[in-house]
Design a binder for this molecule. Structure first.
Ligand SMILES: [Cu+2]
Length: 124
């Protein structure tokens, strides 16, 4: 019985050691991927600074490391790690918070709930 207990605790130690090793490995992989950053631009409809904040926050929640939306050009430029997210997911996320993108349309009820100043022209 004592040997079994010893064996089990040895397994635990091994498991912890393996986990620690895996984490170190992930970390080095993460540093490598920081070099591998992809930047994409796509059209996002909006109006004001509140829209800008909402759009940029949304993509950052979806994994973007950098985001900048220009109200004049209606272009969102995002940087992200391609192993964590992609243009399509980011575009979808922006639509989900109320802003039509070139690919996805925001749900009507979400758009309706935006503050009045954010009601951009959807028919453009
Ligand atoms: Cu706005």
């Amino acid at each position: 019985m004592k040997t079994i207990k010893l064996f089990i605790s040895a397994l635990f130690v091994l498991a912890i050691a393996l986990k620690a090793g895996a984490q170190t490995h992930d970390h080095s992989k993460m540093n490598m991927n920081q070099v591998n950053v992809k930047t994409e631009s796509f059209k996002v409809l909006g109006n004001c600074d509140m829209c800008k904040a909402r759009i940029e926050k949304a993509v950052k929640e979806e994994g973007a490391t950098k985001a900048s939306w220009d109200s004049k050009t209606q272009i969102l430029t995002v940087s992200f790690d391609p192993s964590k997210t992609n243009k399509d997911a980011l575009s979808k996320k922006v639509a989900s918070v109320g802003h039509d993108t070139e690919k996805y349309k925001a749900p009507d009820d979400v758009y309706a709930r935006l503050p009045a100043c954010c009601h951009y022209d959807r028919n453009k």
